[in-house]
Ligand binder design. Structure first.
Ligand code: CAA
Length: 380
């Protein structure tokens, strides 16, 4: 076992850190306040290879390993968790799924623009009545011979309003339950595809979350991903990897809040000394430091196992479950350490506390991660 990062990984980490400080930090409060999508910044992330980090260079990707991906997401999330989720969804839920499971023609048409950042992707699984219970899909795709007819509504879709291509999960045969589900690539400008209003969210307000409405959308047969009935397995496989991205986002939110709290505690004085010299504060920082390192190691473990081609359902779920809890705990304590200043926008930690919450909800709630983990240990 080796805990040293390679030169290339250190370079990516530094590039992401510089990008976050120089390009994301200046407008992050304004984007959060006004729910503004980081359009220019995402464009630059594409130019830097961050939108298709693990994709093979022959499809326009950066060809990095999953550790480099964790490092980049952590650095970006330290400053702007909204930009990080745009990146995570595009990389893990869209590019990774297309690269692994689509045919050559689909890859040339869709993966290349998505991996270069020329187009943004979205992943549409959740529905008004099917969030955690993902097998209960009401969106239908009826086989019409040469195409499918897609009807239904998807909810809370990240990149919903900005994406060009959408991976949409739909029921094609109700009788077969989850084995009658398929995944399709749907293009934004197809007739009958309508983007619903933008959600007004508690956190990650710079990201773009919408419902999607499909009314008699004609989806060509060649846009189905994999064999008939493969859609649910596809979604689960993609989400296993996606959870590493969200775990890394949570890790970044936690480490960003910790760094700010540490800096503040070193300069803020109370009772004639810097507050870091009060044990009540020092112990909080010690707990944060340990918990963040433990979360980081879980993220690294899942990332290494992914690159080794192992089943990462358990390790991805463990990383997400733990890191999202650490993000929540750390940001709450970071606000506490900042006192009154922590409660105002200028000091960033209140935003981080709001941003942290979603990491316990999307790409499988913490309760779902416990289902995945408990089933995995029961079946061993
Ligand atoms: N990896 C691989 N396969 C899995 C799996 C996993 N993690 N979990 C389940 N499966 C497989 C099972 O092996 C089974 O396959 P077979 O029938 O071939 O044996 C099949 O899927 C059905 O599984 P279950 O019988 O266990 O189904 P279930 O209904 O009891 O539970 C669940 C499934 C694990 C709870 C699943 O519904 C789930 O993961 N739900 C959470 C969905 C989710 O994460 N949504 C996030 C939305 S996306 C999002 O947030 C994106 C965004 O924009 C940020």
């Amino acid at each position: 076992m080796n805990f040293n990062l390679s030169e290339e990984q250190l370079m990516i980490q530094q590039a992401a850190r510089d990008f976050a400080q120089n390009e994301l930090l200046p407008g992050v409060i304004e984007r959060d306040t006004h729910q503004k999508f980081p359009t220019e910044q995402v464009k630059k992330m594409g130019e830097m290879g961050f939108m298709g980090m693990m994709v093979d260079p022959k499809y326009g990707g950066a060809g990095m390993d999953s550790i480099a991906y964790v490092l980049a997401i952590e650095e970006i999330s330290k400053v702007d968790a909204s930009a990080a989720v745009v990146m995570s969804v595009n990389n893990s839920l869209v590019c990774a799924g297309i690269e692994k499971f689509c045919n050559e023609e689909q890859k040339q048409k869709y993966l290349v623009p998505l991996a270069t950042g020329e187009a943004i992707g979205a992943f549409a699984l959740s529905e008004p009545e099917a969030g955690s219970d993902a097998t209960s899909q009401s969106t239908t795709a009826v086989d019409m011979g040469d195409h499918y007819m897609l009807n239904g509504t998807k909810n809370w879709i990240t990149n919903g309003g900005t994406a060009k291509y959408y991976v949409v999960i739909a029921q094609t045969d109700v009788e077969k339950k989850h084995k009658g589900i398929n995944a399709f690539i749907v293009e934004r400008d197809w007739d009958g595809f309508e983007i619903g209003p933008k959600e007004d969210k508690l956190g990650i307000r710079g990201s773009d979350t919408h419902s999607l409405l499909f009314t008699d959308v004609k989806v060509p047969k060649e846009n189905r991903i994999g064999e008939d009935g493969f859609g649910f397995s596809f979604a689960m496989a993609v989400l296993n990897g996606g959870r590493i991205g969200i775990a890394s986002q949570a890790l970044g939110i936690a480490s960003g809040a910790y760094e700010l709290a540490l800096k503040y505690a070193q300069v803020r004085k109370a009772f004639k000394k810097e507050i870091i010299h009060h044990q009540a504060i020092a112990f909080k920082l010690a707990d944060m430091h340990v918990n963040i390192m433990a979360a980081r190691l879980l993220c690294y473990k899942a990332a290494v196992e992914k690159d080794e081609g192992k089943d990462i359902s358990e390790s991805g779920a463990m990383a997400k479950l733990y890191s999202s809890q650490v993000a929540m705990d750390t940001t709450i304590e970071a606000v506490q350490i900042h006192g009154g200043y922590g409660y105002v926008k200028e000091y960033h930690v209140e935003r981080m506390m709001r941003d942290a919450k979603i990491t316990q909800i999307y790409e499988g709630t913490s309760e779902i991660q416990k289902i995945v983990i408990s089933r995995s240990i029961t079946n061993k």
